[in-house]
Design a protein around this ligand. Structure first.
Ligand code: GDP
Length: 302
């Protein structure tokens, strides 16, 4: 079993590559649920959905988020009657949130609902929430605490980050399926090229998970989301700067200190000070071939 820890966009690219080179029952993708939120009465799980759409081949390549072949009647109508429109929900995407919300209210776990939806989309590997208990990332800016999606989508990551909190993490139970997978000694734990601060660290904040990964006896292999000091997309590099750290691949590796055995990074980037075996590989994933090649490099390390 390969256990892959993932956020949304960056993580899903490597997860897709891994899904092409591994038998379906040998890949377990663990999704960050710190981005989850309740909006318009719906339970929305952005990273689970990004992974689901990517692995099903249904991701919207033009927008870079959401579903392919999307229509927007719901959003247009909502705007016309004065509803909140800062978080855009396409019509097809909406059906997923409505159904997940109904099933959560009926008492099913997020794990069970996600497993069923993943199967119905024809996806082989499992996608697993890090926990079935709510964990909510919050961002402290100069004006106080912001709910994650208010900062990320509504305010477009503009307010400088002065602090990050994972509300609920201290009392969240790690997903038992993940704990069992780690106890069974996976072939490797892969930390996908996701934002360390808001995609991977919420997963590691669930009590017991960091320890279970460290104790599982498998190689722990992270892929850098920072290339030549810059993020491919999103606020990762800026978040390092705001934390007083120069953004670099080595700075990413330092976030995972004590956990990593291997670190995959660009051939040209500086590896000084990285306390893990460094593997040089092209890490920019534009095409499916890039994703598959990077997945193979990760598995070769494993
Ligand atoms: P989010 O939850 O949607 O923000 O997604 P992630 O945290 O999984 O992904 C954001 C990170 O992915 C950013 O730090 C990007 O630099 C990184 N990323 C996106 N595309 C690529 C890529 O092709 N290669 C690498 N190495 N990193 C990428």
């Amino acid at each position: 079993m390969i256990v892959a820890l993932s956020g949304g966009i960056g993580g899903a690219k490597l997860a897709l590559g891994l899904s092409h080179v591994l038998p379906p029952d040998e890949l377990l993708v663990v999704a960050n649920t710190g981005d989850d939120f309740e909006h318009l009465g719906l339970s929305i799980s952005p990273d689970i959905d990004t992974l689901t759409y990517a692995l099903a081949g249904l991701d919207n390549q033009e927008l870079g988020w959401g579903r392919r072949d999307e229509t927007w009647s719901f959003m247009e109508t909502l705007a016309s009657i004065g509803g909140e429109t800062w978080f855009r929900l396409g019509d097809r995407d909406l059906a997923l949130h409505v159904e997940r919300t109904r099933r959560l209210r009926a008492g099913e776990t997020l794990t069970a609902i996600t497993a069923d939806i993943v199967r119905r989309f024809g996806i082989g590997p499992r996608i697993l929430p890090m926990s079935d208990d709510p964990v909510r990332t919050r961002i402290r800016s100069d004006e106080g605490w912001l709910d994650f999606q208010h900062w990320f989508v509504r305010d477009q990551t503009r307010p400088p980050v002065r602090g990050i909190d994972f509300a609920g993490a201290a009392s969240a139970r790690p997903n038992p399926v993940l704990i069992d997978a780690l106890r069974a000694r996976p072939r490797a734990v892969v930390i996908c090229p996701s934002n360390p601060f808001i995609s991977i660290e919420p997963i590691l904040a669930v009590p017991g998970l960091r320890e279970a990964i460290a104790a599982c006896g498998a190689p722990v292999i992270a892929v850098s989301p920072i290339i030549a000091g810059q993020a491919v997309k999103g606020p990762t590099a800026r978040m390092f700067e705001q934390a007083g750290i120069a953004p670099s691949a080595a700075a990413v590796a330092a976030r995972y200190a004590g956990l990593l055995t291997h670190f995959v990074m660009e051939p040209e980037d500086d590896a000084t000070g990285i306390a893990a075996q460094v593997i040089r590989a092209p890490t920019l994933m534009r095409s499916l071939e890039d994703k598959v090649a990077l997945a193979r490099a990760v598995l070769a390390a494993a």
